[in-house]
Design a protein around this ligand. Sequence first.
Ligand SMILES: [Fe+2]
Length: 448
Amino acid sequence: MNNTFYLNISTAENLGIGLFKYQLTSPERFIITNSALAHMLGYLSRVDFKRITLDDLFLRPYEKEKFITLLKEQGKVKFFETLFKSKDGKPVWVAITASRVLINNKRDYAEGIIENISEHKETEEKLELERDFMQGLLDSMPDAIYFKDRQNKIIKVNRFYAEGSKLKYEDIIGKTDFDFFPHEQARKMFEDDNYVLSGKSIIGKIERTLLPNGTWNQVITTKIPMYDRGGNIIGTMGITRDMTAYANLERERLEMLINTVMVLGKAMEMRDPYTFSHNRKVADIAEKIGKALNWDENRLLGMKLAGELHDLGKISIPLDILNKPGKLSDLEFKLIQEHVVKCYDLFKDIKFPFSLADIVYQHHERLDGTGYPRGLKGQDINEEARVLAVSDVLEAMTSHRPYREALGLNKAMDELQNGKGNKYDPQIVEIVVHLVSDSGNKIFWSTN
Ligand SMILES: [Fe+2]
């Protein structure tokens, strides 16, 4: 019949499977073997193999004991992997599958098959070596490396990750970032992972991370999709490097620089306390507008500093012109206008992580090109300078000046509303309108 399956000794021979019947009662010996078994172990023929016992074959005697014990206890043993000795003493990996046969409770036999699994073992060992090599490589990296599945569950991390999280490896696997990080932080990481799962990569993203222990650190992260052989995305791989020490150094350097330029502001205060307090208030207004625009910390710092120093160029203008009551002559007005250029010259060669020189250079420019010194228009004026322009007007009109009394918040707001869209950035004016109304139609910045 077509569906009958014949397996006899010659079929097994052709497949290279060793067949045996072995007497376990003393004297131990092979009762039946086939040529495939003899050849597998380097013997010429079955006859050549005859005087051999299992004691001669097992490379490690204790494994024979284990095999026999298992066989006697369970009546059968499936795929028992062990090392045999070939005729010339070389180790051969085999797998034994056998059943125990008891005749009249006296004679005890094992019968079954023995397969040569050397090739399979070699492949397995190679894979293991490769795995060890990969793991060693990952573990020697001084960065946190992690692999996640399509549900963003962690499937593997390296030693640096585990040590940094102070958790046991097994307590990390299967978890998500929500198990370790504050919710908002984990949500951002989840978003990034989902972006990468769509097939895109995130390369060298610099961010501040809130750690599980509540401290912040500065990191640079790269995340890429992982593919299977069919080209399907099966998860993500991420590498995160801690740059906190470097960022702190940069911060210290920047603080030193800021302290140095603030000395210039102090010099100005000694000369003209009025201008100094104007600058400080403008800085506060500009910073509040920046916050409403959701600027990051670095940008806010640049904005505040630009506010503090934007009129520093006035240090070159004679005080009697600067504080002159009454109308200025054209020449005097030209001289005062010069302060932006002077200010630009003071800062243009200092390297800040924001464009301080350009901001102060452009703070008297107006959207319609009627400002000075270059008559820049619209988006050609940088955003910080547009914020500074609005803050400057707002503060100047609400303060007392040597040549006039304070005009008041309402007049200042009228000026901004009238100039909205032609002189002043409409979005920034709107923000000021909200800030004023939020503070109950009063001055919303610090005045001391
Ligand atoms: Fe100015």
